[in-house]
Design a protein around this ligand. Structure first.
Ligand code: GCB
Length: 608
């Protein structure tokens, strides 16, 4: 697809739909690249009230109350009855999930109210936003007792404008965070990971000029290593301005004029050192409008497919990957920090990876920024997992909004080469229609990257000595790269079954084996036939790599999973203790035997 001016005209309404206009009317457009803005962190200790009956939201007739906890009320005299008090309530750390911070919240799913006070003098003529990296799952945000808006979806950022609402002294922001699971939500009620609730990523106040650079897309035009293409979008009363986008180190720049909507497409030639795992070169890119300038470190690379090949910067590449959950190393809980990201991605590099699959939802921004710096290619995934309510329009709108927010946040990350729309969704017409719509939405918003999904496989007529598997999921027709999860040797027979399994595909497309693996408790040793031992897991991996080596279209592997992670589905005492143990590394960073099988396999693949 050509990403020129014509293309821009065609896809502008879709881009606007996908990137600029949030579906939740109450949520302001998120601010991209928050780290580059003038901001004040609201991270730290927030006062919290646990509210399982939502007593602070509904009255006793279950009607929304005018005097909910968001008022942060105090008795004016001792005769006044107020049955809550933030300032004498316990605190929780933000960012952070509540489950791993307080023992009695370990299994808690419901509402927790968060409150934090602050002073802030907005500079004259500036605008102020309160920005949330993520809140799982539903958040209603109030400032000084008034509702600002609401947001749904646990893994993407959102912001509300508070210009004119913030006083120089004594403001309070209250957030009702609710992580109850719902059948029609995204994800739905059933997942194999912990439903960590809370303000799981950072919160900040972000100040911008009255007309500011709201968003921009600056990447190489698809298949054109010498052309930077994209767009810029201003927000504010001075919509029409001249905007210069430059890459000073490369001596390349372009000046464009934004239209009445603050929008301008851009395209300019540039001689750039291309970003790759071997040389993750990032350039300082300046987006300079007349009223605002933003800088960002951006890498430039191309990604395409040709038949069953994946071409990075025009050259075939094998994706030596691993799947990763957003689980914090050493402490367990939702990961969020730069250190968490460096540790997890560092282990992946040690295994020999040039690629990570960030499953099963958009990870925190630090993971993507570090992947950009460390030279790891990324598969970024939507939380459309297992049995979503495919025929429900609201469910689609919710998934579509979460995907739009994820693409909006990360579209300038060189590391991301694949957007994945779903994981292991059962084939049906409504499901395929739902996912194809998501694929089309992402292609319109980001024509530069490849689309994939982790699909299931089905064997066609297995016998004791032959197990022919055909990849024939109809979704494959809409994707660029096929992802396939299989558990031969764990849920599906014994490890040896891999020896007589053969793979074929209805599509002439690259295949990534996006999951395979087995549980093992680090330090549990025994026979290679005994489940949960390191030896069993190692044996599964040995048989797997032999099988994988014979799949003609295989262009990548992301075994399940880098590190053990918490899951309420995994209760086995003494072994699982609420952890999925398929990690190649324990939560303490101890490497299991299978880690070294993958390391050896990746050494053999290290030709690129
Ligand atoms: C899968 C899922 C993944 C699970 C894994 C398992 O197929 O995609 O989310 O955690 O299997 O361990 O069963």
């Amino acid at each position: 697809m050509k990403f020129g001016a014509e293309m821009m005209k065609l896809c502008l309404p879709l881009v606007a739909l996908a990137l600029c206009i949030p579906l939740s009317a109450e949520a302001a457009a998120a601010i991209v690249n928050p780290a580059a803005r003038h901001s004040v962190s609201l991270d730290g200790k927030w006062r919290t009230i646990v509210d399982p009956y939502e007593n602070g939201y509904y009255d006793y007739r279950l009607q929304p109350s005018k005097d909910g906890y968001f008022r942060n009320a105090k008795p004016k005299d001792p005769s006044e009855l107020i049955e809550y008090d933030f300032d004498s309530s316990p605190t929780l750390d933000v960012p952070g999930d509540w489950n791993s911070q307080r023992e009695n919240l370990f299994f808690y799913e419901g509402t927790v109210w968060y409150k934090r006070s602050f002073d802030y003098a907005v500079r004259p003529g500036a605008r102020l936003f309160v920005y949330f990296g993520a809140a799982n799952y539903e958040a209603i945000v109030y400032l000084n007792g008034e509702k600002l808006g609401a947001h749904t979806g646990g893994f993407t950022p959102f912001a509300f404008e508070v210009t004119g609402k913030v006083k120089p002294k004594d403001n309070f922001v209250v957030v009702k965070v609710d992580n109850k699971r719902h059948r029609d939500a995204v994800p739905t009620v059933n997942t194999d990971w912990w439903n960590y609730g809370g303000l799981t990523r950072g919160v900040s106040l972000i100040e911008v000029p009255e007309t500011y650079v709201q968003d921009y897309f600056v990447q190489l035009q698809k298949g054109s290593p010498g052309t930077v293409a994209g767009w810029v979008k201003l927000n504010g009363p001075r919509a029409t301005q001249r905007v210069t986008v430059s890459i000073p180190e490369a001596g390349a720049s372009v000046t464009v004029s934004t239209d009445a909507n603050g929008y301008a497409a851009l395209s300019f030639p540039a001689k750039l050192t291309l970003w790759s795992p071997e040389n993750p070169k990032l350039y300082d890119v300046a987006i300079a409008a007349e009223t605002d300038t933003v800088h960002e470190s951006i890498g430039f690379r191309t990604i395409e497919t040709r038949g069953a090949d994946i071409l990075l910067n025009g050259k075939p590449i094998f994706l030596r990957g691993v799947s990763v959950h957003e689980e914090a190393p050493f402490r367990a809980g939702r990961a969020f920090s730069v250190e968490d990201a460096r540790t997890l991605l560092g282990w992946a590099k040690e295994m020999g990876c040039n690629f990570v699959r960030l499953a099963h939802y958009p990870h925190n921004e630090n993971m993507l920024r570090e992947a950009d710096r460390m030279g790891l290619l990324v598969w970024s995934e939507s939380p459309v997992y297992w049995t979503i309510d495919w025929e429900n329009k609201d469910t689609f709108a919710n998934a579509s909004n979460q995907v739009a927010e994820s693409v909006a946040r990360d579209k300038n990350r060189a590391s991301i080469i694949l957007w994945s729309v779903a994981n292991e969704t059962p084939v049906s017409e409504p499901r395929t229609a739902f996912l194809v719509k998501l694929v089309e939405q992402i292609r319109a918003a980001d024509p530069t990257r490849l689309l994939t999904a982790a699909m299931e496989h089905h064997s066609e007529g297995a016998t004791a000595t032959a197990n022919p598997v055909v990849i024939n999921d109809p979704l494959g027709a809409a994707l660029d790269v096929l992802g396939c999860n299989e558990y031969i040797g764990w849920y599906d027979g014994m490890p040896e079954k891999a020896d007589h399994t053969t793979w074929s595909s209805n599509y002439q497309k690259p295949l990534i084996m996006s999951e395979f693996g087995a549980d093992a408790l680090y330090g549990l040793h025994g026979a290679s036939t005994a489940k949960f031992t390191e030896e069993y897991q190692e044996d599964v991996f040995r048989h797997q790599v032999r099988m994988l080596a014979h799949i003609p279209a295989l262009r990548g592997t992301t075994p399940w999973v880098l590190m053990d992670f918490r899951s309420p589905r995994r209760s086995l005492p003494g072994i699982q203790d609420w952890f999925n143990r398929k990690g190649l590394v324990s939560v303490r960073g101890e490497k299991k035997k299978a880690f070294f099988v993958m390391q050896e396999f990746y050494r053999s693949k290290q030709t690129n």
